[in-house]
Structure formats: structure tokens, C-alpha cells
Design a protein around this ligand. Structure first.
Ligand SMILES: *[C@@H]1O[C@H](CO)[C@@H](O)[C@H](O)[C@H]1NC(C)=O
Ligand SMILES: *[C@@H]1O[C@H](CO)[C@@H](O)[C@H](O)[C@H]1NC(C)=O
Ligand SMILES: *[C@@H]1O[C@H](CO)[C@@H](O)[C@H](O)[C@H]1NC(C)=O
Ligand SMILES: *[C@@H]1O[C@H](CO)[C@@H](O)[C@H](O)[C@H]1NC(C)=O
Ligand SMILES: *[C@@H]1O[C@H](CO)[C@@H](O)[C@H](O)[C@H]1NC(C)=O
Length: 400
């Protein structure tokens, strides 16, 4: 016991000697003191425009070499996407990992403000969550998560957090649905059918409650009979413009004004469950270029704004539309609006009308010829990358 004393005293003395941040090391020296940060150090050297004039008071998330290897296609990034990605790794405040409470999440602004990549006010965000075990996880676009491996390394402008994944700059709702959350493709197809996709992409700071594909499948007959104006109204009721609202900000009995002329959505919280009207949020805080998305298990009805969940149910809430015809869900059931998603480069050049091809493995992107009346049928070309992440992440909300 006694023999440890001098070491302890030395540690205290060392802290006293070096604690004043007067001569804190610069970023490069701090990174050089760590192993396996070669790629990021090279990027810091090559991008003096970003790193040489960092303001005081930042947190830099530094992916290690293995993170870049894991990403696989870093070489394919061009100068503009590299610059955006680097800015997305610079948080505009000093956030010490011990300061985050277990189970809490922080919504941190980054220095990515270039409107080509993000129209989120104050800079695109990263979500920092402290897990019950104490480790901090950063969440970025496409549900890409990185765990902090080395925390709170001090440098002259703030702190460095070494993480095990490269953060992905959030992309549009459409691109996010195509390559990561394939369970949202019916919603995106419906936005196409109602000619709303371009307008929505132009809006800033939106919160979108997006029903999963099965919710549309249950109402296939209802949507088949719905005209475009009504469809548009229904979809507007899923969009909260100009208000980024994280799941932890959704207070019980609070309401949100939607793009359906301000028609309100009401939040209900019950134990770990969170509902808007009678739809349960099954996946929260999906970051997109102009805001965020919460995935829900039912389509919201603007004419039933008083609907509330039956919190005693152990099964899913019932749809708040009167179903017409079959209400089956699953991969063999046609998904309304799937055929409204335009072709991407991976689609064959000519495609017989209504014959959708599906390359994704997500649930239920079958061809639908039923709703072809709303818009000309087009084929779905889902990028294969990342398919299934949406499902894997489904359990996250349980941790709230
Ligand atoms: C550094 O990377 C090498 C090679 O991947 C690995 O074997 C080693 O464990 C890493 N060291 C640390 C401290 O992460
Ligand atoms: C930095 O720039 C040099 C010269 O253009 C290039 O060879 C190197 O790959 C770059 N490093 C990184 C990590 O991008
Ligand atoms: C860089 O890559 C992105 C994404 O692949 C692309 O959209 C953009 O047009 C490219 N920019 C340039 C200048 O090549
Ligand atoms: C934005 O959302 C918050 C949190 O739900 C809510 O309290 C606030 O009233 C909303 N603001 C507007 C302008 O709708
Ligand atoms: C949530 O709000 C509803 C409606 O006002 C209320 O009945 C319920 O008790 C509240 N639940 C909690 C957990 O506060």
C-alpha cells in the first residue's frame, strides 16, 4: 500500500504541472500520440482549410484506421464529399463524454453547414448516446453508429474522441429509404405519387413521421380508392415543418402542428412506448439531410386527429382508416406505391409498365399494379447496400 504513495503523489504533481491549458498541444501532436490514426492524420494534414483554423471550443470525432477500412469505399469519395464528411466530424461545442448521463442522448451540431449537404439549422447533427454500460455511441446518417474508443483527449481547441466508424453524412429521405431504411419505400413512393417529393426535399428542419411499408399494405384497398388530393392531405399530416423534434423532446400530451394546415398530432407516452395519435414510433431519430424521421407503425389520418392509442394492447394498434379489402402484410403482399419509386441506375433501361424489379431484401417491395392509377408505374431500383439496417435498428427504441 505505502509503496504506491509516491506514484499517486507524482500523478497529482503531474496533473498540477500540466493541467493549465495554456500550452495544450495542437491537434496533430495529440493525434500523433495515439496509435492507428494514420488515415485521419493524413486528412488533417491535407485539409488545412478545415483543420488549421478550427475555432476555440470544438470536439473532433476521429475515426481510427480500422474505421476507414471498414467503410470500404473511402477512395471513392471525391473532394467535396471528403470535405463534407470531415466537417461532419467537428462538433461545435466541447462535449466531455463523462458529462453525458447513462441512457441520455445529446443532439450535437457539427460544422457541416454547406447547403448542398444539409439544410439543418446551425449545422447537420450527430446524436451522442451514453449506453447503459457507460460507453458513448455516435449516430450519423444511414444509421451508421460509432463507439467512442478513446475519450476526452485534450488539445488546444477542445477535445478529441476516437471512434470506431466513419460517420456518414445524412442524405435525403429518398436516398436513406433506398439504401438503408427500405421499410420506408412505400412512404417515399407515395410522396412521388402525390408529387410532393421535391417540395419536401426543399424544406428545412422537418420532422417526418413515416409509416413503414406494412402500414401501407394493410390499407392497400383504401389507397387504391383515394384520389391524389386526399393522398396529399394524408401525407402532409405526416410532416411537421420547421421543427426538428427528437424523440426525447416528444413530451406526453404535447402536440405538433403539421403541414396539413397546422392540423395537430398529439404525443402519448406510456412506459417505454411513444405514440403520435394512435401510431407507435418504432424507430426514432433517423437523420436525413433536411431534418429527421421517426418511423411509425400506422398511417396517420388527418380526419381522425383525436385518435389515441389503446395503451393496454399488447398487439399493434389498429389502423385509423376503414380498411377496404384484404389487409395482409408481409413480403409476398404487394406494397402500395412501390411502383411509384423511379428507376435508379441499377434498373434495366426499359421496363415493362407495372413490372417492378426488386433488388433489395427489405420487407415487401413487391410490384404493385393496383395503385397505378395515381401515377405512371415505374420500377423500383433499390441499392443493395445497407439493406436490413432498418430492421436491425428496430430494437433501439426499447433502450429509451
Ligand atoms: C492497431 O491496429 C493493429 C492492426 O489492425 C491492431 O493489431 C492493434 O491492436 C491496434 N492497436 C490499438 C491500440 O487499437
Ligand atoms: C493526402 O494528399 C496526398 C497528396 O495528394 C495523397 O497522396 C494522400 O493519399 C492524401 N492522404 C489522405 C489521407 O487523404
Ligand atoms: C462527388 O460525389 C457525390 C456523391 O457521389 C456526387 O453527388 C457529386 O456530384 C460529386 N462531386 C463532384 C464535384 O464530382
Ligand atoms: C416544436 O416542437 C416542440 C417539441 O415538441 C414543441 O414544444 C413546440 O411547440 C413546437 N414548435 C412549433 C412552432 O410548432
Ligand atoms: C399522458 O397524457 C395523457 C393525456 O393527457 C394522460 O392521460 C396520461 O396519464 C399521461 N401519461 C403520463 C405517463 O404522464
Amino acid at each position: 500500500m505505502w509503496s504506491q504513495l509516491p506514484t499517486a503523489l507524482l500523478a497529482v504533481a503531474t496533473t498540477i504541472l500540466f493541467a493549465p491549458a495554456v500550452h495544450a498541444a495542437d491537434l496533430e501532436s495529440v493525434l500523433a500520440g495515439q496509435v492507428n490514426l494514420t488515415t485521419f492524420r493524413g486528412l488533417v494534414k491535407n485539409h488545412t482549410d478545415i483543420f488549421a483554423k478550427l475555432p476555440q471550443g470544438v470536439t473532433v470525432a476521429v475515426p481510427n484506421d480500422n474505421a476507414f477500412r471498414k467503410l470500404g469505399n473511402w477512395e471513392a469519395y471525391n473532394e467535396s464529399t471528403i470535405a463534407a464528411t470531415l466537417k461532419y466530424h467537428i462538433l461545435k461545442q466541447v462535449i466531455g463524454m463523462p458529462s453525458i448521463e447513462k441512457g441520455d442522448s445529446i443532439w450535437a451540431s457539427t460544422s457541416l453547414t454547406d447547403e448542398k449537404f444539409s439544410t439543418v439549422s446551425g449545422g447537420q447533427r450527430l446524436i451522442l448516446t451514453k449506453q447503459p454500460g457507460g460507453e458513448v455511441v455516435f449516430t450519423s446518417g444511414f444509421a451508421t453508429r460509432g463507439t467512442v474508443l478513446v475519450e476526452d483527449l485534450k488539445f488546444d481547441k477542445g477535445l478529441v474522441q476516437v471512434i470506431d466508424s466513419v460517420m456518414r453524412v445524412p442524405e435525403t429521405l429518398e436516398s436513406t429509404a433506398r439504401s438503408a431504411y427500405t421499410d420506408l419505400t412505400a412512404f417515399v413512393g407515395a410522396l412521388y405519387a402525390a408529387d410532393m417529393i421535391d417540395d419536401l426535399a426543399k424544406q428545412k428542419d422537418v420532422t417526418i413521421f413515416a409509416p413503414r411499408n406494412a402500414a401501407f399494405q394493410q390499407l392497400a384497398g383504401t389507397f387504391e380508392k383515394m384520389d391524389k388530393d386526399k393522398l396529399k392531405r394524408v401525407l402532409q399530416y405526416h410532416i411537421v415543418p420547421g421543427n426538428l423534434t427528437h424523440v426525447w423532446e416528444l413530451k406526453n400530451a404535447s402536440s405538433l402542428a403539421t403541414a396539413d394546415k397546422g392540423n395537430k398530432l398529439t404525443v402519448t407516452r406510456h412506459t417505454n412506448f411513444i405514440y403520435v395519435n394512435a401510431a407507435e414510433i418504432i424507430q426514432s431519430d433517423i437523420l436525413i439531410s433536411n431534418g429527421l424521421v421517426h418511423m411509425i407503425d400506422n398511417v396517420l389520418n388527418p380526419d381522425e386527429s383525436d385518435s389515441r392509442p389503446d395503451v393496454t394492447l399488447t398487439t399493434a394498434q389498429a389502423p385509423v382508416f376503414t380498411p377496404v379489402g384484404p389487409t395482409e402484410t408481409g413480403t409476398t403482399v404487394p406494397t402500395p406505391f412501390a411502383s411509384n419509386l423511379p428507376c435508379t441506375v441499377s434498373c434495366p433501361v426499359s421496363q415493362p409498365t407495372g413490372a417492378a424489379t426488386t433488388t433489395g431484401a427489405g420487407s415487401g417491395q413487391g410490384a404493385s399494379s393496383k395503385n397505378a392509377g395515381v401515377a405512371a408505374a415505374r420500377c423500383t431500383g433499390l441499392a443493395g447496400a445497407g439493406v436490413g439496417i432498418g430492421l436491425a435498428m428496430g430494437a433501439m427504441i426499447a433502450g429509451l
